[in-house]
Ligand binder design. Structure first.
Ligand SMILES: NC(=O)C1=CN([C@@H]2O[C@H](COP(=O)(O)OP(=O)(O)OC[C@H]3O[C@@H](n4cnc5c(N)ncnc54)[C@H](OP(=O)(O)O)[C@@H]3O)[C@@H](O)[C@H]2O)C=CC1
Ligand SMILES: O=C(O)[C@@H]1CCC=N1
Length: 268
């Protein structure tokens, strides 16, 4: 189990913040007494099982006491936030809030822009990060330790890739849920009981995700394998290809990425 040295401050502690905070506390990455949490409404039920946490309603108080801050508040309330964070490492998982904005928000702290997901609550988030200017190797190691407690992580070489992952892996089950809902609707339209369809679709996507995650092969290999098998699935895959499924999915993901480019702007 990897621990981080120093104190960690979590700003925002609801859907994503509580998932990450809970993962860090369960993994022992951060001791409760070394974690500060700032929000406007006080202690949340999701972290009630951890005694010794430090709660505050004042972000500056948290910044004064913490070596590393994790910003997990909505873009609309994160954007106007200002605190003195010089000398600190600030990691943000806010959608669409740029490294440049983060430096302004945090008074010249070293900043890392990341993405994660509420799947952190079950240790299954994908958390890519982009390091801003001045971020050290020790900072990178700390960020990897934090996000490894939540699932898996990669450093990406361009900030724009965080926008891409905000569209793709930020929402869980997100776009996969849309595909799963279509599959469940089809089963029910064929007369399958709704609860049986729900169980079947959950198990299908659970198994498919596990197989893809455990393999080094790209997803396209699995598709080609079924096409080459030339059985029932090949007929279905050919119908999906002819209907333009890949283009439709790309359009949806691009719409989400485009929204990421505006959601962090003043009028976004
Ligand atoms: N939810 C998701 O699936 C994902 C979310 N994200 C990103 O994570 C961030 C958080 O999202 P999510 O957890 O869903 O948001 P929520 O709305 O669920 O939670 C927001 C949290 O921020 C706190 N907060 C809001 N304003 C302030 C403030 N001014 N000072 C201190 N705390 C504040 C809220 O508490 P209070 O109201 O008590 O202040 C609450 O704890 C967003 O930027 C989002 O883009 C990224 C990936 C996935
Ligand atoms: O949909 C959203 O805005 C958040 C950010 C990334 C995933 N969910």
């Amino acid at each position: 189990m990897d621990k981080i040295h120093g104190t960690l401050g979590l700003v925002g502690c609801a859907q994503l913040g509580a998932a990450i905070g809970g993962a860090l506390l369960r993994a022992g990455t951060v001791e409760p007494t070394r974690m500060w949490i700032a929000n406007r409404s006080g202690p949340v039920a999701a972290l009630a099982g951890f005694s010794g946490l430090n709660w505050t309603r004042d972000v500056q108080t948290l910044a004064d006491r913490c070596d590393t801050l994790l910003l997990a508040l909505p873009p609309a309330t994160g954007r106007p936030l200002r605190f003195e964070g010089a000398g600190r490492l600030v990691v943000s998982v806010m959608a669409g809030v740029s490294v440049e904005q983060l430096a302004l928000i945090s008074g010249g702290a070293r900043v890392v822009r990341a993405m994660s997901s509420p799947a952190a609550a079950i240790g299954m988030a994908y958390s890519p990060f982009f390091a801003g200017a001045g971020v050290t190797e020790a900072d990178r190691a700390l960020v990897r330790t934090l996000f490894s407690a939540c699932g898996i992580t990669d450093e990406v070489p361009a900030e724009g890739q965080i926008d891409v992952f905000t569209a793709i892996t930020g929402p869980v089950p997100g776009f996969v849920a849309a595909f799963a809902a279509s599959v469940q609707d089809y089963a029910q339209a064929q007369g399958v009981d709704a609860e049986v369809a729900r169980r079947a679709v959950g198990q299908l996507f659970h198994a498919a995700g596990a197989l893809l995650a455990q393999s080094d092969r790209p997803a396209a290999d699995f598709v080609q394998e079924m096409v080459d098998y030339a059985g029932t699935t090949a007929a279905g895959l050919e119908a999906l290809r002819a209907a333009g499924l890949a283009d439709v999915i790309a359009q949806g993901l691009e719409a989400a990425r485009q929204r990421c480019l505006t959601i962090g702007r003043p009028l976004g």
